[in-house]
Every structure is written in structure tokens, then in C-alpha cells.
Design a binder for this molecule. Structure first.
Ligand SMILES: *Cc1c(COP(=O)(O)O)cnc(C)c1O
Length: 394
């Protein structure tokens, strides 16, 4: 489709081919393992096409039109070459990292990257002779000082999971590329709509589609998009690890995608309104949201991002545990839970200190992450106001 169209239009149309399915608007859910060939010649042709990496339907594990629809849509929206689907966001993170790291390589991972992704580095990759080093998320161009002749991958995530540091991705990418390393980004927070990874030097962009793409807290899917140069390795490793995802979950992801632009605009607006409210409360030490003008990451967010999603964190001043419990337990609209990106608001307490390797978490008070859902902002604010009344007067 025309690259000139705006994202909300492309989100609606990318990867959809009703003409191939009797005019049906959404791609059918193909449940498949065996794919039959009518003749020997067809079987042999498919063999050649598969070896040549031609898109097609060869075997259930290698994808069906249900998966192809989502892959095509994400690649187009993000401006990458092609995309690949995984059974979860973490599977996408792990497989992407494994694709580009071999024994003897040195890999740099941001100290604010998604915790389980960092664990893939220090626990899994290190078993296979890859040296994994964590770096300060705010290193920027200074990452050059950490690069070694055998550095092959730099992992970035902006803003960082839980702690929301903004990374200067173009600066990091320039330093990495100068030394022949590639840049892997977890782009889940911004989605393909709010950060155009490939125009900022990223080679491989990872999404937990579980979050905003699925958008309804009811399926787990991961997607990785790459440049043309990075594609063959990703594809090869995907095949070797036998990765695929269930067709029903992938269907839900492509279905969720169609409304994502509209949902995101609301998540952004509500998230910012909640963040501004928290910032005014005397009990709050700091709000971690890169779209707040006094956030240290604001300048980078303004420069590189096209929007903000509804996920941010709040650090409280030190407070008694029963006061914190009174605040959180009494909330009526914010569920206590992991994951995010659905239509419902969430709150999740966290302490990043134990998993920090090279950067210090400076706060003594408790922290929690907020996902602003699609409820009316007045009701969300009223719920928090009542919650802070309990916090201050448990
Ligand atoms: C949730 C999340 C993941 C993992 O996704 P799952 O689908 O839960 O496996 C990866 N990266 C980030 C930034 C996430 O928030």
C-alpha cells in the first residue's frame, strides 16, 4: 500500500487481502500442520521455493496466511524488510538475540532492558560462550568505549522496562555500526507506530505483540522485524528453533492491530493525565514518564518518538507498608498484575534494585508501574484520589 498514507489508515489496511478469501474482511484462522501437494512437480517446486525463502504455505510450522497477514502488516508499519512471529514476546527477544550471537562474541545489553531479556543474556547465552556485558542505559555515544573487536550486538530498549530511561538510539546505533555491531531494540512500549526503529539505526526490532498489538489481554504473541541484511540469520534461527505461534492467538493479534492507532491515542492521553496528577501529589518522589517536560528523557522523546503509550512508573517517598497496601488493595479500577497494553488499567509494584548490574536505582521509597487503560479519565483519577487518601491516612 502507498507509503504516503497516515499510520491510522495503514493500521486498518496493511496485510489484509480480502480478495484472497472470498471478500472476507479478516484473514481466516488456518489450523494446519500438513500442507498437501497435488503432484510430484508441485512438491519439488515447493521445496525449491522454500529453500529460496519465497513467502508461501509449506508446512504449519513455517506459517500460514493467518500468520503472513500479521507479518506483512507489522513489517509495513515499521518500515522493515520482513517480520517473523513467535509464541510470546520473550520468545521473540530470545530468538532474536540468539540469531546474532555466537561463541566468542561480546554482547552489550542495556541495564534497563526487559528483565527476562537480560536473563537470556547472562543465563542462556553465557552457557554457549557468549560474553554478555550490561551497560548504563544513558551511555549514549559513550557506548563506543565499551565496544570490543568481537562486539556483535548492542541491545537497546527505550524507554527502559519499569524505570523508563530514554536511550539515545541514533547515537548508540552510530557507535555500534562504526564497529560493525548491530542494534537490537525491544520496541514494545512505542509500538511500530510511535517509534520508527529502522529510521533511527535499529537493525532488528522486537515487539511483545501481547501488549498493545493484541490489546485485549487475551493472547501471547511476539514479532520481530528486520532490515534486509539482518533477515537471513533471523529466519534461519527461527527455523532451527522450531518457532511458531498458534493461529488463534495470531488472529487475535492481527485483529487487535486494526484498532491500535485509536487505542494508543487514548492510552497516551490518559497516561499523561495520570502522570501529571501523580506528579502533583506530595507523597510522590518522582514520576518516570518520558513525555513529561521535566523528565530527563523528554528531549530525546520529543526528538525521536511520535507518541507515548499509556505505561509509566511512579516512585513514592518512603511510606509505611500498610499505607501502601491500603492504597493499592482498595483500588477498584486498577488491577494488580503483570503485562500491560490491554484495555484495562493496571498497577504493578516493583523494585528494580536486585536486577541492576551497572546502574544504581537511587530511590528508597516503593515504586509501581501504571498502565492507563481505556476507562474514562475522571473515573481513573477518582479511584487514585481515593487511593491516595488511604495512603495518607491508612
Ligand atoms: C512483556 C514484555 C516482553 C515479553 O512479552 P511476553 O509476550 O509477555 O513474553 C518483552 N519486552 C517487553 C518490553 C515487555 O514489556
Amino acid at each position: 500500500m502507498s507509503r504516503n498514507r497516515k499510520d491510522p489508515t495503514r493500521v486498518v489496511h496493511a496485510g489484509r487481502h480480502p480478495e484472497q478469501f472470498h471478500g472476507v474482511v479478516n484473514p481466516p484462522v488456518y489450523h494446519a500442520s500438513t500442507v498437501l501437494s497435488p503432484t510430484l512437480a508441485d512438491w519439488e517446486q515447493k521445496d525449491r521455493d522454500y529453500a529460496a525463502d519465497k513467502p508461501g504455505v509449506y508446512y504449519g510450522r513455517h506459517g500460514t496466511p493467518t500468520l503472513a497477514s500479521l507479518e506483512e502488516a507489522i513489517a509495513e508499519l515499521e518500515g522493515g524488510y520482513r517480520a517473523m512471529i513467535y509464541p510470546s514476546g520473550l520468545a521473540a527477544c530470545a530468538c532474536a538475540l540468539i540469531s546474532y550471537a555466537s561463541a566468542g562474541d561480546h554482547v552489550l545489553i542495556s541495564d534497563s532492558a526487559y528483565g527476562p531479556m537480560r536473563r537470556v543474556g547472562w543465563r542462556l547465552l553465557s552457557r554457549f560462550g557468549v560474553e554478555v556485558q550490561f551497560y548504563d542505559p544513558l551511555a549514549g555515544a559513550g557506548i563506543a568505549a565499551l565496544m570490543r573487536p568481537n562486539t556483535t550486538v548492542v541491545v537497546v530498549e527505550a524507554p527502559g522496562s519499569l524505570t523508563f530511561e530514554m536511550q539515545d538510539i541514533p547515537a548508540i546505533a552510530a557507535a555500534a555500526h562504526q564497529r560493525g555491531a548491530m542494534v537490537l531494540m525491544d520496541n514494545t512500549w512505542a509500538t511500530p507506530l510511535y517509534f520508527k526503529a529502522f529510521s533511527h539505526g535499529v537493525d532488528v526490532s522486537i515487539h511483545a505483540a501481547t501488549k498493545y498489538i493484541v490489546g485485549h489481554s487475551d493472547a501471547m504473541v511476539g514479532v520481530v522485524t528486520t532490515t534486509r541484511e539482518a533477515w537471513p540469520k533471523l529466519k534461519e534461527t527461527h527455523v532451527d528453533l522450531g518457532q511458531t505461534a498458534g493461529p488463534d492467538d495470531v488472529y487475535l493479534a492481527q485483529r487487535g492491530l486494526r484498532t491500535m492507532a485509536t487505542r494508543l491515542a487514548q492510552h497516551w492521553q490518559s497516561g499523561l493525565a495520570l502522570a501529571e496528577w501523580f506528579a502533583r501529589q506530595p507523597a510522590v518522589e518522582r514520576v518516570l514518564h518520558p513525555a513529561l517536560p521535566d523528565d530527563p528523557g523528554y528531549a530525546i522523546w520529543r526528538r525521536d518518538f511520535l507518541g507515548a503509550s499509556g505505561l509509566f512508573s511512579v516512585v513514592l517517598k518512603p511510606v509505611a507498608r500498610n499505607a501502601l497496601a491500603a492504597f493499592i488493595d482498595g483500588l477498584e479500577l486498577f488491577g494488580i498484575g503483570a503485562s500491560w497494553g490491554g484495555y484495562e488499567s493496571l498497577i504493578m509494584p516493583f523494585d528494580p534494585s536486585p536486577i541492576r548490574k551497572v546502574s544504581r536505582w537511587p530511590y528508597a521509597g516503593p515504586a509501581f508501574r501504571i498502565h492507563a487503560g481505556l476507562e474514562h479519565i475522571d473515573d481513573l483519577l477518582a479511584d487514585l484520589q481515593a487511593g491516595f487518601a488511604r495512603l495518607n491516612q491508612p
